[in-house]
Every structure is written in structure tokens, then in C-alpha cells.
Design a binder for this molecule. Structure first.
Ligand code: NAP
Length: 257
């Protein structure tokens, strides 16, 4: 591994445990030399996130519930005080009520719809706006995580699919806004991987089996494969790419019947 991101700084939102895609991204970036600010969503996760972050040299750990504007302000203030600037933001945060990740989509409550969008889509825009003063003019990169359920109907993904569609459109609008300021914005569309969040989608095991038999590579993807693409999107090799949804899904997105 080359230390291609030595001297760079990054903010990672969405680490819950070792299986989190955010953790795989953190490992890949830290291995390449990036110093990281890792956030935890609530008190329940603080201990485990602190234990994980202890494996990342030079990292800092901060609280951040993305529905709390004051938390996001405090994260940016801490990063400004600690490092003065920010080269990458990894947004790997999503939430929907478990009961709305099964059955018919039309049963989605207004409250559940708004909550899913606030956490899983709007937060990218608010975090980007607040990170902007720290990222401007640094060839910086913002990466978020999405899923093909934002483009196509995936059974039980329901309101999260609608939120992912909003997230992907946000990537395009943010990329257009921020390109002139030297900041790229992209999304990784990952295939299904067993994590805390994905286990909340009803029938998730069946989705893994389906991919293993139908994707061109005839297998599922791993956290590490997502982390490696995150590394690519945060580094100089992807300097010509912005506003893109990049699939890390063993090729599943190209398949028809
Ligand atoms: P994960 O480990 O459960 O990570 C999701 C994170 O979002 C958790 O740390 C969760 O904290 C956090 N979160 C929820 N509400 C939050 C809030 N209000 N403020 C701050 N953080 C909050 O699951 P994951 O699969 O790695 O998910 C990461 C991203 O990848 C998500 O955007 C997901 O949609 C996307 N993705 C996942 C897959 C997959 O199959 N795993 C595929 C494609 C895309 P709590 O545990 O406290 O809720």
C-alpha cells in the first residue's frame, strides 16, 4: 500500500461496528496515510467507535447525530481547530424505521418518510455546506454510499429507495455547485453486504443469494472492495471524476432478465 494520502485529512460518518462500510472506508484511507475524524451517532455507539478508532493513527473521535445541526457545527469547529482544513468527507449514514422496510411501500408514514430522507439524504447537503469552508481549493472529495434500490424497485427496500434516489440527485447537484470550488462529489453504489443497517431490510439473506447466482462475477462484494473504491475516489487517480454513481456490485447493475 502506498501512503498516497499522507498529510491529508478526512471525516468519516457512519461507523457503527467492524462490519460498517464506513469502517472499511476508514481502514483504506488510514492505510494510505490519511488522518481521520470518526463520528459516532449516539452514546450507545461511543465505546465501540472509540475502540475501533484507536486502530487508526492520529484519528480523533467526535459525536454526531446528523439530525442535530449543532452536532455538525461542532464537528466542523473541532476539525478546524485540530487540522485547519479537510480533504475528504465520507457520508455512510442511513436510517429508516424497521417496519417500513417490509411490505407495501404505499404504507409508508409521513413521519417515516421524512425521517428516512432527513438522515439518509438531506444530511449530505447540510454536511457539505458546513464542510465547504474547510474543503475549498484543496482538490477535495466527498463520497456517499448508495444502493441500486434508488433506481430500481427492490422488494422491501421501500422508503429507503426513495431516499437513495434523492441522495443520488443530491450528488449531481452538489457536484455541479462545488466543481468550480475544487471539490468533487461522488457516490458508491454498493451491492448488498451484511451490516447492522442492511440486516433491517426484510429478506436480506435472499438478496445475497440472488446476487451470488445472478451477478456477472457470481458472488457478493466485500466491505474491503467498497473501501478500496472509496480510497480511489478520495485520491488523485480519480481527479477527473465527479457527479458519478460508481457501482461496486460484482456487475449486478447491468443485468436484465
Ligand atoms: P451500518 O454499519 O449500520 O452504518 C449505518 C450508520 O448510520 C450507523 O452507524 C448508524 O448508527 C448511522 N446513523 C443512523 N442514523 C444516524 C443519525 N441520525 N446520525 C448519524 N448517524 C446515523 O450500515 P452500512 O450498511 O455500513 O451503511 C452505510 C451506508 O452504506 C448507508 O448509507 C447504507 O444505505 C449504504 N449501503 C449499504 C449497503 C449494504 O448492503 N450494507 C449497500 C449499499 C449501500 P445507528 O447504528 O445508531 O443507527
Amino acid at each position: 500500500m502506498t501512503r498516497s494520502l499522507e498529510g491529508k485529512t478526512g471525516l468519516i460518518l457512519g461507523v457503527a461496528n467492524k462490519r460498517s462500510l464506513a469502517w472499511a472506508c476508514a481502514r483504506a484511507l488510514a492505510d494510505a496515510g490519511m488522518r481521520l475524524a470518526v463520528t459516532y451517532a449516539n452514546d450507545r455507539l461511543e465505546k465501540s467507535v472509540r475502540e475501533l478508532a484507536a486502530e487508526l493513527p492520529g484519528s480523533i473521535v467526535l459525536p454526531c447525530d446528523v439530525t442535530q445541526p449543532a452536532h455538525i457545527d461542532a464537528v466542523m469547529a473541532s476539525i478546524k481547530a485540530e487540522w485547519g482544513g479537510l480533504d475528504s468527507v465520507i457520508h455512510a449514514v442511513a436510517f429508516a424505521k424497521r417496519e417500513e422496510l417490509e411490505g407495501d411501500f404505499f404504507h409508508t408514514s409521513k413521519e417515516g418518510y421524512m425521517l428516512a430522507h432527513e438522515v439518509s439524504a438531506y444530511s449530505l447537503t447540510e454536511i457539505t455546506r458546513k464542510a465547504l469552508p474547510l474543503m475549498e481549493g484543496r482538490d477535495a472529495s466527498i463520497v456517499t454510499l448508495t444502493y441500486i434500490g434508488g433506481e430500481r424497485v427492490i422488494k422491501n427496500y421501500n422508503v429507503m429507495g426513495i431516499a437513495k434516489a434523492a441522495l443520488e440527485a443530491s450528488v449531481r447537484y452538489l457536484a455541479a455547485d462545488l466543481g468550480p470550488r475544487g471539490i468533487r462529489v461522488n457516490a458508491i453504489s454498493a451491492g448488498p453486504i451484511r451490516t447492522l443497517s442492511s440486516s433491517g431490510v426484510s429478506g436480506f439473506g435472499g438478496m445475497l443469494d440472488h446476487i451470488a447466482t445472478h451477478a456477472p462475477l457470481r458472488r457478493n462484494v466485500t466491505q474491503e472492495e467498497v473501501g478500496d473504491v472509496c480510497l480511489f475516489l478520495c485520491g488523485a487517480h480519480s481527479r477527473g471524476i465527479t457527479g458519478t454513481i460508481l457501482y461496486v456490485d460484482a456487475g449486478y447493475h447491468i443485468m436484465g432478465v
